[in-house]
Write a protein that binds this ligand. Structure first.
Ligand code: WQD
Length: 339
């Protein structure tokens, strides 16, 4: 099956391209390189030995997207391409609504015109806000998003759901990711945050590599075992493999008008301090950090109940948080210019 991977030069996208190839799929990458660069394609080539078709296309460009669907006969689409910085989305909401939602609708229209029936969407646990009850299941009510970024994910899910019911034959799954961390064990691909990372693990690895003076832990007065936030940290390679399983599930589905949602998490929650301690232990490095005030908009604790993805999609996390932190550190060492 030939699969269009939008944002395929990105963090999760690049790891998914590798996983698709390993599972016998034929990935085609489009990316506008806004939050990535061409070196990622070298890393993918070194891992797989393959030069997958790559087109530098912005998914917001209907003509370019249409021409691509005309040229390549796709069997499915995995849609990663989106702006994803929570803080930035608060500063530039129109950019986020325009980019994340127009690109989605351009793709859905092209899929309808060219009769492409399988769609996997990159959603986020951020749609749950701060859940009342934990762990979070797929029927945990979505809460009003705490950022325009999160709102684009919730709106996108609704657009896909409504479109699926109007487009006979289209089958779509929204995968609600928890916190993706780590890198490929080869250290040939990983997370390439442009500028100051907002996510925890790249900030940790850059601090440990001496690129930043210290990490600030945002708050230690939460109602958790050590006072710091709880998250469900999932290895990016496990997450990539979940997309292969999602396509396998869609292939099995025959009924039209099929739409479903899956939480893709390990099912375990760890605190920020537990992650920091694990990072120091597995890598034998001391991390310079201080505890500061809470970060506006942070959810106190969230982690997945993974029963549905385990039993229906037949996927479960195989790597541990320690594996992810070892791989993240090896990747950081690889990309940090030696002094
Ligand atoms: C995790 C924890 C911080 C940085 C968001 C989006 C989600 C997904 C991942 C895009 C929090 C703490 C962080 C730091 C810290 N989106 N932290 N010091 O906010 O859980 O999820 O990013 O990929 O949709 O909602 O991820 O890594 O920013 O924070 O203490 O310097 O680490 O307070 O508790 P988050 P995060």
């Amino acid at each position: 099956m030939k699969i269009l991977v939008t944002g395929g030069a990105g963090f999760i996208g690049s790891h998914t391209v590798v996983a698709l190839h390993e599972a016998g799929f034929e990935p085609v990458i489009i990316d506008n390189l806004y939050n990535s660069n061409l070196n990622v394609l070298d890393g993918i080539r070194q891992i797989t030995g393959k030069d997958f078709p790559f087109y530098e296309i912005d998914c917001n460009d209907p003509e370019k997207v249409r021409a691509l669907f005309e040229k390549e006969k796709f069997d499915g689409v995995i849609h990663f391409a989106a702006y994803k910085a929570v803080g930035e989305s608060v500063q530039k909401p129109l950019n986020y609504y325009e980019n994340n939602l127009i690109s989605l609708m351009v793709l859905l229209r092209a899929m309808k015109e060219f009769d492409v029936h399988n769609f996997v969407f990159s959603s986020s646990c951020t749609v749950y806000g701060q859940p009342e009850k934990l762990p979070v299941t797929e029927s945990t009510p979505r809460q009003p998003a705490t950022s325009p970024y999160g709102n684009t994910k919730a709106i996108a899910e609704d657009i896909i759901r409504d479109h699926v019911y109007s487009a006979p034959g289209l089958k779509a799954l929204s995968l609600r990711y928890f916190n993706p961390i780590g890198a490929h064990e080869s250290a040939l691909i990983g997370e390439l945050p442009n500028g100051v990372p907002s996510n925890l693990v790249p900030f940790i690895t850059q601090t440990a590599a001496g690129l930043r003076p210290s990490l600030t832990v945002f708050g230690s007065d939460y109602d958790t075992p050590d006072g710091t936030c709880i998250r469900d940290f999932i290895h990016v390679v496990d997450l990539a493999n979940a997309h292969v399983k999602a396509l396998d599930l869609l292939k099995e589905k025959t009924e039209a008008d099929h739409y479903d949602v899956f939480n893709v998490g390990t099912g375990e929650g760890y605190t920020v301090l537990q992650l920091i301690n694990t990072f120091e232990e597995v890598n034998g490095v001391k991390l310079n950090y201080t505890v500061g005030p809470r970060r506006e908009g942070d959810v106190e604790k969230i982690y997945a109940q993974a029963d549905k993805v385990n039993h229906v999609m037949k996927w479960h996390a195989e790597k541990t948080m320690a594996d992810a932190l070892r791989d993240a550190w090896n990747w950081q060492l690889k990309i940090t210019p030696q002094k």
